[in-house]
Design a protein around this ligand. Structure first.
Ligand code: DGI
Ligand code: FE
Ligand code: FE
Ligand code: FE
Length: 185
């Protein structure tokens, strides 16, 4: 059983300083949300500590993981490379440190896009990443207010904001983001 400090010691060398500091804020936020909405706080802490583990990996290495591992959906390669670090990070942790908890791996894997049938833990990590105190997305204050009381409503608005943002920029939207949204509506 890994502690918060062990997890953070593990990810620190893999991340640039601002990304590491973001990670610590997501851990704190995830614990608050887990306590509030009844997710396992230790799993929330570990999922959050590792959620961006692969964020600073070179794109060619992320791409190679997606090409080689049967478990990763190949269609990720047709979408923005920003979406690759969650699914790849989860598999890297499984292989490197034998992290095998399916709930944690799911939360890490889906933290950027969301997915159909998200667990409370998936939602807690997704939302913690979206509302951590230094985030300044347009509309984040309204999501933070909803996150005081209503996990599903907060996640729905975060997904909506992201979809509207991407469509507004003429960018693609990964199907799992729509699945997550439709599932909550
Ligand atoms: O890794 P972080 O910067 O902490 O945050 P993240 O993993 O949630 O990445 C979020 C960014 O990914 C977000 O600002 C928009 C971008 N993005 C690109 N395509 C998609 C997408 N986000 C979602 N949910 N769905 C997409 O298809
Ligand atoms: Fe991320
Ligand atoms: Fe996110
Ligand atoms: Fe993040």
């Amino acid at each position: 059983n890994m502690t918060r400090e062990q997890a953070l010691d593990y990810v620190r060398p893999a991340l640039k300083t601002p990304r590491y500091e973001h990670t610590v804020r997501v851990v704190d936020q995830a614990v608050v949300l887990a306590e509030r909405f009844g997710a396992d706080t230790e799993k929330a802490e570990l999922s959050a500590a590792f959620h961006d583990y692969a964020k600073c990996m070179p794109l060619n290495l992320l791409k190679r993981w997606i090409e080689k591992d049967r478990r990763l959906p190949k269609d990720l390669l047709d979408y923005h490379h920003e979406l690759w670090h969650g699914p790849v990070g989860a598999l890297m942790l499984e292989q490197e440190i034998g992290l095998e908890d399916a709930d944690i791996l799911s939360a890490i894997s889906s933290h950027t896009t969301g997915k159909k049938h998200m667990s409370i833990l998936d939602k807690v990590v997704f939302l913690a990443d979206y509302i951590e105190p230094c985030r300044d997305f347009l509309g984040v204050e309204e999501v933070r207010a909803l996150a005081e009381t209503d996990l599903d409503h907060a996640c729905t608005l975060a997904l909506k904001n992201t979809i509207v943002f991407l469509v507004g920029k003429g960018r693609t939207v990964y199907p799992d983001t729509f699945h997550a949204y439709n599932d909550l509506i």
